[in-house]
Structures are given as structure tokens and as C-alpha cells.
Design a protein around this ligand. Structure first.
Ligand code: MG
Length: 169
């Protein structure tokens, strides 16, 4: 059976700083396309949790990284990218494919060697699945950097995805 378009390849129930990087390497990943809001940053400010910065630094030793955000603020996403010394795309228009195709071209890896990591099924996961990337759903970060236990948007998205035929994981 082919994978459902709303089904992430990996849904470990963890926030980004808890994702085992080795798992991504074991899957053959060469690059990561990272969502920003609620994946790297809990709130509206641009101060990254220390755990997130440490995770990104570790990931950078092994993988090419790119920030890929639907947020229209070049100032905000650019400031985050600058702290992490990463390239970025704002106004990414996920789940549309155009901008993501451009990033894939720049990364120069096969779709199956690129993971997209984000907290939203209908933007991050859907965009990645449409282009054959390895899709990773993370739990959103809450203000103190811990997993947000009751994220209503993600819960609602999960219900809707299941209703549309994606499997419960
Ligand atoms: Mg997000």
C-alpha cells in the first residue's frame, strides 16, 4: 500500500531537540528542511531554546540544513537563521511545492535523502509527501521548551488526517 499523503514517515511523538539524529542518518538522510514556528521556536520572540540550538549544531555536523517557514516575516526568520548560520526561506507557502522544489534543487540531494521536519500535518508533512521527501512530524514546543501536551491544532489535524484515511500512529 502506498503511503497516505497525510501520513508522516516518522512520528516519534517528540519535540525537535529530542529527535535522535542517528535515526535520520540511518534512514540515509543528507539534508534537513526545518520548519521554524513551533518546531524551533515556541513563541513570538526569536530567542532559541538552548536545547534547540544544541540540536541544530549537532545536526549540522552530519547534514545540510535549511530553514523553511510559511511565516512572511523575512526579518524574523532571517534573524533565526542568522543565529544558527543557516540558509532560509520565508513565505514558503507550504503545502505548495514551488518553493520546496527550489530548495531541493539547491540542496542537490535526491528527495528520499531529504527530510522535512515540522509540527503541522497539512503544511509540513503534506508538502514533503507531495515531493517524496522523508517526512517527520514533531510535537510543537511550548514556551519553556518542553513538549506542548495539548496542542489543539495538531490534535485537530491528526483527527482530520485520520478521517481522511491516514493511519493513527
Ligand atoms: Mg510550525
Amino acid at each position: 500500500m502506498t503511503q497516505h499523503w497525510l501520513q508522516p514517515n516518522w512520528d516519534p511523538g517528540l519535540t525537535l531537540p529530542h529527535l535522535p539524529i542517528q535515526h535520520l542518518l540511518d534512514q540515509g538522510m543528507q539534508a534537513l528542511v526545518l520548519d521554524v514556528d513551533r518546531t524551533l521556536l515556541p513563541g513570538r520572540d526569536i530567542e532559541l531554546p538552548a536545547s534547540v540550538t544544541a540540536w541544530v549544531k549537532e545536526a549540522q555536523h552530519h547534514l545540510s540544513l535549511h530553514l523553511f517557514s510559511n511565516n512572511p516575516s523575512r526579518k524574523r526568520i532571517g534573524a533565526v537563521a542568522k543565529q544558527l548560520e543557516l540558509t532560509f526561506t520565508c513565505s514558503a507557502a507550504k503545502p505548495r511545492r514551488e518553493r520546496l522544489r527550489k530548495v531541493m534543487k539547491q540542496l542537490r540531494f535526491q528527495p528520499a535523502e531529504i527530510a522535512i521536519v515540522g509540527d503541522r500535518i497539512f503544511t509540513d508533512v503534506l508538502a514533503g509527501n507531495r515531493l517524496g521527501l522523508y517526512t517527520v512530524l514533531v510535537r510543537p514546543l511550548s514556551a519553556d521548551g518542553s513538549p506542548c501536551k495539548n496542542d489543539r491544532v495538531q490534535q485537530l489535524e491528526q483527527k482530520l488526517a485520520n478521517w481522511l484515511g491516514a493511519q493513527q500512529t
